[in-house]
Structure formats: C-alpha cells, structure tokens
Design a protein around this ligand. Structure first.
Ligand SMILES: Nc1ncnc2c1ncn2[C@@H]1O[C@H](COP(=O)(O)OP(=O)(O)O)[C@@H](O)[C@H]1O
Ligand code: SF4
Ligand SMILES: [Mg+2]
Length: 361
C-alpha cells in the first residue's frame, strides 16, 4: 500500500499558474463552510494546456471561479491553499487586484457564456464594448480590433457578422464570438469551461481545433474544463481528474489515457472508449453531493477495485479516515490506496499473457 501522506509532486518548472492545496467552501449560515473543492494542486506551464475533467458537480466551475477571483459572487470562498500566477500570490488578492488580472492575464469563458450574449445588441457592438476597455496601445480603433478578433476565431463574413444579432448565428459561431471576446485583452491564460457541451459533435471538434490553434498562434496557456475525458484529451498535454472536489489522478495526457492507475480514471477511460465504439457505459452509481461526501476515499461506494481487494466488500481502509491524497507513482499523481497493488497485478497479468503467448508459439 502506498503512503497516502507522502508529498505530492510532478511540478512544472516554468509554471504560469501554480495552484497548491486549494480548498473552497460554500458559505452557509452561522459561519459554516461546506467544502466543494478540497486540497487541489496542479500547475500549468507557460504555453501549456491542462484539462480539468470530472462529472457534473465535482467542483470544476468553482475551481475556475477561484482562478478569476469571482467565488464571492457565487456564495463561496477560498478556505485554504494558494494560487500563484507568474509567481504572484493571488490567494488573498483584493477585488482591485483581480480587476487587473481578470480578462487581461487570465480570461474565463464561463459554462453559460453562450446564453450570456446580449440578444438585442449586434456582435460588433458587444465586442466593441470589450475592445474599448482593452483599447490597444498601437492606436487601433476598438471596432478594428473587434473585427481582428472575429478573424482570429475564423468567423467567415466578418463584415456582416459585425451587424448581426446572436440569434442569427449558429451555436458554433456564437461560441467563436464568446472566445473572441475573451481574447480581447490578450490574456496569458484562457480558461474555457465546457465550451463544447452545448454543441453537436461535428461543431465540437471544430471548436477544439480552434482552441488548439489559438493557443499555438497566441502562445498563451489553455485550461480546458469538461465532464468529457475525450474532449480534454484531444487538446491537452496534461489532465487533472476531479471527483467530489478532490484530485483522483493527474499527469500527462498519454499516461492518463493509456495507463490510468486510479479506478475512477480507469472508469472514465473505459466509458470514453465505449463511446468511441458507439456504445454508452457510464460508471455505475452516482457521485456524492456536496455536503454528503462519504468518509475515506470519496469514490469507494462506486469502486469495483475496492470490492476486489476487500474480497467482495469495500475494503475497510477505503471507507475510513480522510480522502487519500495524491502521491507520485509512475510519473503521475494518483489518490488511490491500492494503486501500487493494481500496478503489480497489471504487470503480473501482462507477464502471464506473455508466457502464454510464448507457450503457444
Ligand atoms: N452557491 C451554492 N450553494 C450551494 N451549492 C452550490 C453553490 N454553487 C455550487 N454548488 C454546488 O457545488 C457543486 C460543485 O459545483 P460546480 O463547481 O458547478 O460543479 P461542476 O462545474 O463540476 O459541475 C455542485 O454540486 C453544486 O450544486
Ligand atoms: S482508495 Fe479504495 S475506494 Fe478509493 S479508488 Fe482506491 S481502491 Fe477505490
Ligand atoms: Mg461546471
């Protein structure tokens, strides 16, 4: 069994954003705080792409709000940990500091931003109001900058789209407009929260292509948030898997995809593979609600691996104490008490298979 108290790692040396042990609580009456994000750590390299993935309700949007200093507007606050952006500690930043950061250094495309476009104003007016605030130093007019942004997000017929209202555009085009708006102040980090969830699969992959190209062209970092592992792995170099507010597994995309070591990640990978094959097989059971997280590993009520190691019953170590903390194992961070055993079993199964195939030849 691995030591759940061991320090977690896999640090990025040129981190643009470093989130360490971040905890968020929903503000209740009489000073009560209900944990919604719990001791989450990750880093995003300058120019890097990180995918934050987890089922609905796992705390992804809360995490994003913490990174742009808007938790208070959503009835929540930081209860621990730190956020460092380009070395600057923003954990206790005032609203005036966040105003300098938001949009300019970190831009956020919220989950509901498609609905957030003003239905009565033209695209040109809406974007110009953003570019006027951003007012380019090179003397470019806000309207010219708005057109440039629309070109950047590959909107066709920019001249006429400037005069159109959101309802005259398809969902994919509206999403491009929203992304254009987020880029108005040339941020170093773009956070896109479920940017493709409302779109059909064909449009979805075009938006992901666009995000990938924009990241390369503009040299910014990208944090892509989705409930869908297939979406984040298409774009991101590294992945953080969140479940009930905690990191289950985090590391390089290929390691997570091809050699998931946490039973929850393995379930997500299996579900994504089934979907690729045209099927649908979600992980059985439901994620616990905020305020009703079980003791021990929060995944135990759904964990087949716990049943295996517990001889048909959830292993007692899984169901008591605190959520296991991620530890570095095989180059990624995994928060499962039995990850090492699983690796040994997988290696054992591989060597049995190899011996069998040798015997057959
Ligand atoms: N102001 C609030 N009061 C109570 N619960 C909230 C509040 N905001 C969010 N939640 C709950 O917090 C959990 C995490 O929310 P969220 O970050 O939006 O999850 P995700 O983006 O992963 O779907 C959800 O279960 C949600 O119902
Ligand atoms: S600690 Fe136990 S319940 Fe949690 S993922 Fe590992 S085996 Fe499953
Ligand atoms: Mg969300």
């Amino acid at each position: 069994m691995i030591d759940a108290r061991a320090p977690e790692g896999v640090a990025v040396t040129n981190a643009l954003l470093a989130v360490k042990g971040l905890s968020i609580g929903i503000i209740g009456s009489k000073g009560r705080r209900t944990p919604v994000v719990d001791n989450v750590s990750f880093e995003i390299a300058s120019g890097g792409t990180l995918g934050l993935v987890g089922e609905s309700g796992s705390g992804k949007s809360m995490m994003c709000r913490a990174l742009v200093g808007t938790l208070g507007r959503h009835g929540a606050e930081l209860t621990g940990g730190s956020i460092r952006l380009e070395g600057e500690d923003l954990s206790n930043a005032s609203e005036s500091v966040w105003r300098r950061v938001r949009g300019r250094r970190v831009a956020y495309v919220p989950q509901s931003s498609l609905a957030g476009l003003n239905p009565v104003l033209s695209i040109g007016k809406q974007l110009t109001s953003l570019t006027r605030v951003a007012m380019a130093d090179d003397g470019q007019s806000p309207r010219a900058r708005a057109r440039e942004l629309l070109e950047m997000v590959e909107i066709p017929r920019v001249g006429s789209v400037m005069h159109e209202r959101p309802y005259q555009l398809s969902g994919g085009m509206r999403q491009r407009v929203v992304i254009a708006g987020a880029l108005a102040r040339s941020p170093s980090l773009l956070i896109a929260d479920e940017p493709t969830t409302a779109l059909d699969v064909r449009v979805q992959s075009k938006i992901l292509d666009l995000l990938r190209r924009l990241r390369e062209q503009l040299g910014m970092s990208l944090m892509l948030v989705s409930h869908d592992l297939a979406v984040v792995e298409e774009v991101c170099d590294s992945i953080v898997v969140l479940y009930a507010g905690a990191v289950m597994e985090a590391g390089r995309q290929d390691l997570i995809r091809e050699r998931a070591r946490h039973p929850y990640t393995a379930g997500l990978v299996a579900a994504a593979n089934m979907e690729l094959a045209g099927g649908f097989e979600p992980i059985p059971g439901e994620a616990p609600s905020v305020g009703a997280w079980p003791a021990g590993c929060r995944f135990w009520p759904r964990c087949g691996h716990s049943l295996q190691v517990g001889d048909g019953k959830p292993h007692p170590s899984c169901c008591e104490g605190a959520q296991p903390q991620p530890v570095v194992i095989e180059g990624r961070r995994t928060a499962c008490l039995f990850a090492e055993l699983m690796i040994k079993n997988a290696a054992g199964a591989q060597s049995v298979a190899a011996q069998r195939s040798e015997g057959e030849t």
